[in-house]
Design a binder for this molecule. Structure first.
Ligand code: PMP
Length: 377
């Protein structure tokens, strides 16, 4: 019958590792206070919704999008303060850029040579490992220290010995929400240069961060000629639009850009992103509100007995349930039963035992989240 024919086809033609992998799980959040995915909780103000609607209605949907997307790339370069000698490419979210970079770095190897690998500190963003797996590259995870700093000797050793194609550094990191010590970053970036690796610094959480590595790159371009820097409009307030960008030395970006599907940025993504940049002040005010909410949330969390809350440079707070009581899953379930969805990261990595990741929401959402947490402890 049809089902068994399809199964036979899958068995023969779909990669074994794909067959045994789990699809990226997106939690069902209908009707919940949604604090699981570091979204900006604020919508566009009503007057801007109307103005954007008019612009979207007037788009030439009958045409393919402009492949080079020059206006938007220029606007992003200006917004980010792109350094001299850099260019910028666009992805359908930075998720796509992470996949494209792995594709571009998958060079054929001679017998006896090691496969190119992707290296990243752990715990970290899952897409780095996933892009490696899907591309058939090795993934090397180097544990952070117990206080979530880079383990510089371990990183330098792994990079020097294994010479990975790509070293990912999420700055700030997800799910630990912290920025790493800048001098540590510089040492790891230097080790990667010596090993002939590309470094991809992922600044997805830049709107909430007190530092950017772009300042280091600008001050020292020669030491950073192997560095790519990724950003996204997702945490800025456009998670639904899907627009990521990657900046780096022009010649290097041009190579990765060849792997990009020609029309990956739809006219809708394009117009929404351009519109958002024209109103960057509105989004900056929303980010400022969320940073203030983050301070309030941290203070409230630290007042709860048995809860450890780490400092954050992102729109999330990592907490550990240190009281003798409930396992993280029970607290997560308790919060969910009270209508609040967060992320249980306690099984992701041994360093995250008993940890939950809370996205910073509106004042009202944070109040509801704190109440649900307290009642579930
Ligand atoms: N990088 C990091 C560190 C992230 O945490 C995320 C999303 N959670 C992304 C990239 C993906 O962002 P985008 O929505 O642009 O694909």
């Amino acid at each position: 019958d049809t089902a068994s024919a399809v199964n036979a086809l899958i068995g023969r033609r779909i990669r074994q590792d794909v067959q045994s992998m789990h699809a990226y799980a997106i939690q069902d959040s209908k009707g919940m206070v949604k604090l699981d995915a570091m979204e900006n909780p604020h919508r566009l103000p009503a007057d801007l919704q109307e103005a954007l609607g008019k612009r979207l209605g007037a788009l030439a949907f009958n045409r393919y999008p402009d492949g080079r997307v020059n206006d938007l790339r220029q606007a992003l370069a200006t917004y980010a303060g792109m350094p001299q000698g850099f260019d910028l490419m666009l992805g359908n979210g930075s998720d796509e850029l992470i996949s494209l970079l792995a594709m571009a770095c998958d060079v054929p190897v001679q017998p006896g040579q090691a496969k190119p690998a992707i290296l990243a500190p752990l715990p970290g963003f899952v897409m780095y490992a996933m892009s490696a797996q899907l591309q058939g590259l090795d993934f090397i995870g180097v544990p952070l220290t117990a206080d979530f700093e880079l383990d510089v000797p371990a990183m330098v050793q792994a990079i020097t010995e294994q010479q990975p194609a790509i070293v990912y550094l999420a700055y700030p990191n997800n799910p630990t929400a912290n920025l790493w010590d800048e001098a540590d970053m510089v040492r790891v970036v230097a080790a990667a240069k010596a090993a002939g690796s590309i470094v991809a610094i992922d600044e997805a959480y830049q709107p909430f961060s007190s530092r950017t590595y772009l300042d280091v790159i600008r001050a020292n371009p020669a030491d950073n000629s192997h560095v790519l820097l990724m950003r996204t409009l997702s945490k800025f307030g456009l998670a639904g639009v899907r627009l990521g960008y990657m900046m780096g030395p022009t010649a290097l970006v041009a190579q990765v850009d060849k792997v990009r599907p020609p029309y990956n940025i739809s006219v809708l993504n394009y117009e929404c992103a351009l519109f958002a940049l024209e109103h960057a002040d509105v989004f900056a005010a929303q980010a400022a509100d969320l940073r203030a909410q983050r301070s309030r949330l941290l203070a409230a969390l630290r007042a709860l007995p048995g809860v450890k809350a780490w400092d954050s440079d992102a729109n999330m707070v990592l907490i550990r349930l240190e009281g003798a009581g409930e396992p993280a899953q029970k607290v997560f379930d308790g919060m969910k039963a009270r209508g609040v969805l967060v992320k249980n990261v306690s099984k992701m990595h041994p360093l995250l035992a008993q940890c939950l990741r809370l996205t910073v929401g509106t004042a009202d959402e944070n109040t509801r989240m704190l109440k649900a947490l307290q009642e579930s402890l």
